[in-house]
Write a protein that binds this ligand. Structure first.
Ligand code: NAI
Length: 699
């Protein structure tokens, strides 16, 4: 059992003990029910305290029970809460550290609540496309008032206990303890003080009303509806809280239950839950368990203070890790440092960073022109020009100066990490750390595992990613790794669509309507069209037999590299990011069609979306089968955190699962009939074909 029972004098103590956050899994719920039975049967017990061991009161549902029948197995959370409410002896929740979701709902079922200051209080279910399903939407507005309660249910954001305790008229906490340390003792004293009180107060009996009545809920719907466009849960949260304010308690509970069941079945909630679990799963590597100890990283060296080097440095400085940056020339160092300063100063100006924090961070940064000065650092991150000869020079120097056991990493986006590893005498210490631009902002980090990368180097890379607050996904070595290898096929389809009759805007609009943060052409303009152009030129030999639209090359020949040149697929006004359609580009595409004897046709948004997204899916299936990615959810995580794929669709793989792999394969067969497309590419990857034939899914 993961809850313990103990008696201290005349007070019974039920302590949730289900690490890491006392999730309310089945055995914890049984433990609470057992404890309650013992306490009620013991004539010496006058009151009962429920609290949590370790780092939390309770973080809510046990994610290990997610989606399994165990989550609802009796006693389910509602039944446990009912036991507390019906108790003939007072039940007091002693809250510290974290009370979230089901944990807060449990506390709201108690007669009294005493909280330590500094505890994070939240009902975060909306972030999984759900609402609290054990009375949270009915009880929280009763103790906080409709407005504050609704805000917490709809936003899912945590608020500190001491702030909530200051709300006028609040009944969430009967008492705030002096400190976290004194909570246990103060809870005992409080329990004794209410031991004889009858009748016992119940949250369900409190009134719940907003003075503006219906009008208030209409305002709330207008505001939330506009912001939550693709997410049904927030509006449904309002409906549930409105039920609390307008119906009898039991009817409100029934409304909450019905909405919960309906939301559980939405594709948006499935997607958000998939991401929640997928993000946790991404940090686990199949053949590396927790017995593999990561190496200690207290300082890093960064080679190259350009676009990426500077952004990467900021990640480490933000995490309190010291950084030594190396360049070939002092001017380059000065420029790199000035950019970092500029970024931080902008944050200070916006009030997002305190001046003293800014200074503390800058104090972690030092620069050098000499490799010898890097010898004391624990990890080197190379972010120099994307040329194998330059990388060779850098890695030979790093091999010479870095101490034994130091980890040598490359931020290369296209070069062979195995080859880079072989420039050193210690390929086991070499790993790819592929950051995304802007590196201080983008959440995704691809950790590229070389053929010889040591297990503890992988474990260290994952630990470092967590420390600098990146979402890491492991990729094997191949051209483009997971993300860019897939995006190449996506971009190639974008090119074919131009050839066949689309304008860049039409393609971008269709993809943005689907939910992508940016369509492929706006994305190209942001990243720089010249980058892809350089890669295509470098790979000219292997691409010679590959079919692709030449429009992107023509665009680059005109010097239209994107936002940085003020002109790409679109025009850009100085300092602005709005994409303005350009007639010359449209004419260029038309001329290209004419020169190739193509008669343009009208193409539907549906075809655009399917061709682009299924191109990602088919390439991803190859990537999975080759073992470049360990699992389908890693690919989804990479696309959501690195490529602007809409979270409410759960990533390309989950999207394909939802469409049905049979349907995906049928669409590919249709696309293969198109003489202007690449029939060879549309041959479904063997894994995809097999899963579709067996009626299975990727996830
Ligand atoms: P950049 O051109 O902005 O910066 C490169 C810096 O390296 C320059 O400041 C240069 O002076 C310095 N450098 C060149 N050779 C050097 C050497 N031998 N020793 C020390 N410093 C040297 O390039 P950027 O964009 O920062 O790219 C760096 C690396 O990151 C490349 O491998 C690139 O493929 C990769 N990358 C770039 C992304 C992007 O969106 N820009 C995204 C992900 C990876």
């Amino acid at each position: 059992m993961t809850a313990h029972y103990q008696v201290q004098g005349d007070i019974a103590l039920i302590t949730l003990d289900n690490p890491p956050v006392n999730g309310l899994g089945h055995s914890t719920r049984v433990g609470i029910a057992d404890g309650m039975a013992k306490a009620l049967a013991d004539a010496a017990v006058q009151a009962i305290i429920i609290t949590g061991a370790g780092k939390a009161f309770s973080g809510g549902a046990d994610i290990r029970e997610f989606g399994s029948s165990k989550a609802m197995m009796e006693p389910n959370l509602n039944s446990v809460i009912l036991l507390l409410e019906k108790s003939t002896k007072p039940v007091i929740a002693a809250i510290h550290s974290v009370a979230m979701g089901g944990g807060l709902e449990l506390a709201l079922g108690c007669h009294y609540r005493i909280a330590a200051p500094g505890a994070s209080i939240a009902l975060p279910e909306v972030k999984l496309g759900l609402l609290p399903g054990a009375g949270g939407t009915q009880r929280l507005p009763r103790v906080l008032g409709v407005e504050a309660g609704l805000n917490m249910v709809v936003s899912g954001e945590a608020i500190k206990s001491e702030m909530l305790a200051m709300l006028p008229g609040q009944k969430l906490f009967d008492k705030l303890s002096k400190s976290a340390e004194s909570l246990a003792e103060e809870a005992l004293a409080f329990a004794r003080s209410v031991a004889a009180t009858r009748p016992l107060p119940l949250v369900r009996d409190l009134p719940c009303k907003h003075p503006l009545g219906d009008a208030y809920f209409q305002f709330a719907r207008n505001m939330v509806g506009a912001m939550a466009k693709n997410y049904p849960a927030p509006l449904k949260c309002i409906e549930a809280v409105e039920a609390a304010a307008t119906k009898k308690f039991e009817e409100g509970m029934a409304t909450e239950r019905q909405i919960f069941i309906n939301l559980m079945m939405t594709s948006e909630s499935r997607a958000l839950r998939h991401l929640f679990l997928g993000e946790r799963a991404a940090s686990k590597i199949p053949d590396i368990d927790s017995s593999v100890q990561p190496r200690e990283i207290k300082s890093v060296a960064i080679i190259g203070a350009g676009t990426m080097g500077g952004g990467i440095a900021m990640n480490f400085m933000n995490a309190g890790i010291s950084v030594k940056m190396l360049e070939m020339k002092q001017e380059a160092l000065d420029k790199g440092v000035a950019t970092i300063r500029g970024n931080y100063e902008a944050q200070v100006k916006k009030g997002k960073l305190k001046q003293d924090k800014y200074e503390q961070r800058m104090a972690l940064l030092s620069t050098t022109l000499s490799y010898d000065e890097l010898s004391g650092t624990d990890m080197a991150i190379e972010a120099v020009f994307e040329e194998i000869g330059v990388k060779e020079k850098v890695f030979k120097e790093l091999d010479r100066v870095m101490k034994p056991g130091a980890i040598l990493t490359s931020n290369t986006s296209t070069l062979d990490v195995n080859k880079i590893a072989e420039f050193t005498q210690r390929p086991q210490d070499v790993v790819g750390l592929h950051f995304f631009s802007p590196a201080n902002v983008m959440k995704l980090l691809e950790v590229v595992r070389g053929a010889k990368t040591a297990k503890d180097v992988m474990a260290t890379s994952m630990a470092v990613a967590k420390k600098i607050r990146k979402t890491a996904v492991v990729s094997g070595v191949c051209d483009g790794f997971i993300g860019n290898r897939m995006i190449e096929q996506y971009g190639r389809q974008g090119g074919f669509l131009l050839d066949e009759g689309c304008t860049p805007q039409q393609v971008d609009k269709a993809m943005e309507k689907f939910g992508m943060a940016m369509g492929p052409f706006r994305m190209g303009d942001l990243a720089g069209n010249d980058i892809g152009w350089a890669i295509r030129k470098r790979r000219a030999v292997e691409r010679a037999t590959m079919k692709y639209s030449k429009t992107a090359d023509l665009l680059c020949e005109k010097g239209r590299f994107g936002q940085k040149t003020g002109a790409g697929w679109y025009d850009y006004k100085p300092g602005k990011r709005d994409a303005i359609p350009n007639a010359e580009v449209v004419k260029m595409i038309e001329d290209y069609r004419a020169a190739n004897g193509i008669t343009p046709r009208k193409i539907s948004d549906e075809e655009i979306v399917q061709r682009l997204v299924f191109a990602l899916v088919n390439e991803a299936a190859h990537i999975l089968e080759e073992g470049i990615a360990n699992k389908a959810s890693d690919i989804d995580i990479a696309y959501i955190f690195g490529y602007g794929f809409p979270p409410y669709r759960g990533g390309p793989m989950l999207y394909a699962d939802e469409v049905g792999l049979f349907n995906v394969v049928q669409a590919m067969h249709r696309f293969a009939q198109n003489p202007l497309d690449d029939a060879n590419f549309w041959k479904p990857a063997p894994l995809l074909a097999r899963l579709a034939a067996e009626g299975k899914t990727f996830n």
